[in-house]
Design a protein around this ligand. Structure first.
Ligand code: PLP
Length: 399
């Protein structure tokens, strides 16, 4: 079958809950992918930052193969010999005392919300049912009913009511707006350190630190959703580290699975995590030995290959080269590390640029009409980045 046949089949049999770029990928390695016709592309989306370690990293694939021959699933009714070592590694990598493993990012966010609500009652003394959580406008935390109840994106939200109560939405990047909404019933503030889905929206300098201090002052938990920004993507292991704004709960996912499996978790210290007791939360697949083996290798690769430093250096290169490009439609380039976006003028249709980039050999996807996110696997080399920048330059300068 040809690419067009696979696309037609997706259209016919698959629910239409996505609008993908018309390209079919049948093979992938490192920062490159290939279609059934044999054309190769740079992958500048990285499955929304789930393949920071590159496609099919040999050490991650090897760990998966080895574990496939031993044991893949036990459920949490029994112990397995891989989860403990994986969670120990995750705690050491993140600097937290405990971890709770789940599968998807949205489940990690749900887990954080549940931890905060329970903590609110059992530690802070809020009456059950009255807990409030403050979140930011423009957020993306996933697709479950509770999580979309925090959203203000009409596509995510419309006709899915009734929504989950107990959330207050405030302007992103404005610490005063959070302060104004804090009451004695507030149990947590949940934010992304950079809003990835919103178009790589960066808060003002000092915001995370101010949120941290505000939360401490008011006995409110600071929940940091690093599902997209975490694991070296923004030039640090985690984006909060740039301002030393250590959260009380961190949500993790995407690259924790090394592009192989959905693996997510929250990490926190005893003071918060101990609100969970047997039977109060769980997941059939969470902490399974196959995921644990893959997660362990995924963390090891980030550490051994110092992908935080690579993201920092190549991100600087990316932004400085893009800023020099002569494109009258381009307004600005912004981002941190290898999580970047080019913002075009208001009303500009970036979809057509994504098609032109595809034809030139680079895959990227617009996030709102006029913004394209550029986030290659962090294993991309400097010469590959230079080649990719050449493709972007030629395409943008033709607009
Ligand atoms: C992708 C993402 C999620 C949701 O992860 P899923 O695995 O798709 O459920 C949550 N938060 C952020 C910031 C994300 O980028």
């Amino acid at each position: 079958m040809k690419s067009q046949d696979y696309i037609a089949m997706d259209e016919k049999y698959g629910a239409h809950n996505y609008h993908p770029l018309p390209v079919v990928i049948s093979w992938a390695e490192g920062c490159k992918v290939r279609d059934p016709e044999g054309k190769t592309y740079f992958d500048f989306l990285s499955a929304y930052s789930a393949v920071n370690q590159g496609h099919r990293h040999p050490r991650i694939i090897e760990a998966a193969r080895t574990q496939l021959d031993a044991c893949t699933l036990t459920s949490r009714a029994f112990h397995n010999d891989k989860m403990g070592p994986f969670l120990k590694k995750l705690c050491e990598f993140t600097g937290f005392e405990m971890a709770l493993p789940m599968n998807t990012g949205a489940e990690a966010v749900e887990t954080a919300l549940k931890a905060a609500r329970r903590w609110g009652v059992e530690v802070k003394g809020v009456k059950n049912g009255e807990q409030e959580i403050i979140c930011a406008e423009g957020n993306f935390h996933g697709r479950t009913i509770a999580v979309i109840s925090m959203s203000n994106d009409p596509d995510s939200l419309v006709n899915y009511g009734p929504y989950v109560p107990g959330f207050k939405k405030v302007a992103y990047g404005d610490v005063k707006a959070i302060e104004a909404q804090i009451t004695p019933r507030t149990v947590a503030v949940l934010i992304e350190p950079i809003q990835g889905e919103a178009g790589v929206v960066m808060p003002p300098e000092g915001y995370l630190k101010a949120v941290r201090e505000l939360c401490t002052k008011n006995k409110v938990l600071f929940i940091d959703d690093e599902i997209q920004t975490g694991f070296c993507r923004t030039g640090k292991r985690f984006a909060w580290q740039r301002e030393a704004a250590r959260p009380d709960i961190m949500c993790l996912g995407k690259a924790l699975g090394g592009g192989v499996m959905p693996i997510s978790a929250i990490v926190a210290d005893h003071a918060v995590m101990d609100v969970f007791t047997p039977g109060t939360h769980g997941s059939t697949f969470g902490g399974n030995p196959l995921a644990a083996a893959i997660g362990m290798a995924s963390l090891q690769v980030l550490e051994d290959e110092r992908l935080d430093e690579r993201a920092e250096a190549l991100g600087e290169l990316f932004r400085s080269e893009v800023a020099k490009m002569k494109c009258p439609k381009m307004r600005l380039v912004r981002g941190r590390g290898l999580l970047n976006a080019i913002v075009f003028e208001e009303g500009f249709e970036a979809w057509n640029v994504c098609l032109a980039l595809r034809d030139a050999g680079l895959l990227a996807k617009q996030t709102h009409g006029n913004i394209i996110r550029f986030a290659p696997p962090l294993v991309i080399t400097e010469s590959e980045m230079t080649e990719a920048l050449g493709i972007i330059r030629k395409t943008l300068e033709k607009l």
